[in-house]
Write a protein that binds this ligand. Structure first.
Ligand SMILES: C[S@@+](CC[C@H](N)C(=O)[O-])C[C@H]1O[C@@H](n2cnc3c(N)ncnc32)[C@H](O)[C@@H]1O
Length: 419
């Protein structure tokens, strides 16, 4: 993976393949805002829609870690402000993972969980990235690099955000995600969700459901497991960490072997404490922090992506200037580069990234501490749930695993697939 990274990254920019996907997303966002949101409808005039949308902007900018998103026009305002820039940042994160040789991959396609997904920037960026990678692999006959489309799972508390994500997905011709898989992250227990899957299968078998067979009985163990976990501007303060400690542990414990969890945010302020608290939690769940040198990623504000973002800002402001009322006072609360077409986008200089990887328990590395090995194997979904499996030798592990699940080990995201 490392050796092909440079070739792919050169190809994806020089052919404009990445920019085309970005442009398509930008066009989808413009269509949503200009043709659906800012036009008004039978209940609300265009003037009123534009005025309310404009009023939602300072709120979406200043209180983004509060439950504001179901107030009128706030989710749309958030998408307008952040969707494209966050998509870019997440593409940069994927580049870092690819270069470091830890981009999650799996023969049958990875499962991605995005917690606090918002309008979906990280999921859209991931889906596009894996498409681009596959296209590159096919064009250059690199068999190991082609990978099926990832399965995106959005955890998002706000129904309005869910609708915005759905519409952007439709309007930019993407395959998804179209809906939230889970609402609030608080209270999510992946072990419990798996047990519910098992019970549902047993019930279906008892009821002679023709679509369910005995072999489906084991499938529940692989449900609600992930190869890629994303927290993009969600873990913004220590309070959220302490409120979601159990949920975070449950997610870490549900990562498949070789699975990666990334946390994006700012580089300073509250974030330092947040990163430290997550470091501690991750360590306990046999997730290892990797690539410390990638903890700061520089943002570029002078390229064609920024130019396209500016274009979206300008087109939307043109509409607001024509329709909304009370804009003069509002503009004083907002950064100039948002509403003044001649002001270049300034934006953040850099953003923070933490990358954790599930400890690699592939057979060749199984000499790791035996006790920890038991935990890691169970939590990565290897042993029969509820029973302790003594890991005796690498061969035994492979045999136990294969005979229990009757699927190749690579399907479950072993470390081999990620390198
Ligand atoms: C600051 S936004 C980040 C959105 C997106 N990840 C990004 O990078 O732009 C935080 C998102 O988390 C959602 N959220 C807040 N609390 C949540 C919870 N307990 N469970 C799930 N989603 C939540 C909000 O509705 C909002 O969409």
């Amino acid at each position: 993976m490392r050796t092909t990274a440079d070739g792919f990254l050169e190809w994806v920019e020089s052919t404009e393949r990445r920019f085309q996907d970005f442009d398509q997303l930008a066009a989808g966002l413009e269509t949503l805002l200009l043709d659906h949101v800012l036009t008004g409808n039978v209940e609300i005039s265009a003037t009123e829609a534009c005025t309310q949308f404009a009023k939602a902007l300072p709120l979406a900018l200043s209180k983004c870690d509060e439950p504001i998103y179901d107030a009128p026009f706030v989710a749309e305002a958030y998408a307008f402000l952040h969707l494209l820039e966050r998509y870019r940042r997440f593409s940069q994160v994927l580049d870092v993972l690819l270069r470091a040789g830890v981009l999650p991959m799996r023969d049958s396609g990875i499962d991605i969980l995005d917690v606090g997904a918002g309008p979906g920037p990280a999921l859209f960026a991931s889906s596009d990235f894996y498409d681009q990678l596959t296209e590159y692999a096919e064009k250059h006959s690199i068999a190991g690099l082609a990978t099926p489309q990832p399965k995106p799972h959005a955890v998002e508390a706000s129904p309005s955000m869910g609708h915005v994500m759905h519409w952007i997905s439709e309007l930019s011709n993407r395959r998804g995600p179209h809906q939230r898989r889970l609402g609030s992250f608080q209270g999510t227990d992946f072990d419990q969700l798996r047990i519910e899957e098992r019970e549902a299968t047993v019930r279906a078998l008892q009821e002679d459901d023709p679509w369910i067979t005995i072999s489906d009985l084991f499938a529940w163990q692989d449900e609600w497991r992930f190869n890629f976990g994303i927290f993009s501007y969600f873990l913004t303060n220590e309070r959220i960490i302490s409120e979601t400690r159990r949920e975070l542990q449950s997610l870490f414990a549900s990562m498949r072997a070789g699975g990666v969890v990334v946390i994006l945010g700012a580089v300073a302020g509250n974030y330092r404490k947040v990163y430290k608290a997550v470091d501690k939690l991750a360590k306990r769940e046999v997730m290892r922090r990797i690539e410390q040198r990638h903890s700061r990623i520089v943002c570029d504000h002078a390229d064609r992506y920024t130019f396209r973002i500016k274009q979206v800002y300008s087109r939307v402001w043109e509409r607001l200037d024509a329709e909304a009322t009370g804009l003069d006072a509002l503009k004083r609360e907002l950064p100039k580069d948002l509403w003044d077409p001649s002001a270049p986008i300034k934006g953040m200089r850099e953003f923070g990234l933490r990358v954790f990887r599930r400890i690699d328990m592939a057979p060749q590395r199984a000499s790791w501490h035996k006790k920890k090995g038991k935990i890691a194997w169970h939590r990565a979904g290897y042993g029969p749930a509820g029973k302790s499996t003594t890991v005796k030798s690498s061969v035994a592990q492979g045999v136990m695993w294969r005979s229990h699940f009757k699927r190749p080990i690579s399907e479950y995201g072993s470390a081999d697939c990620a390198t």
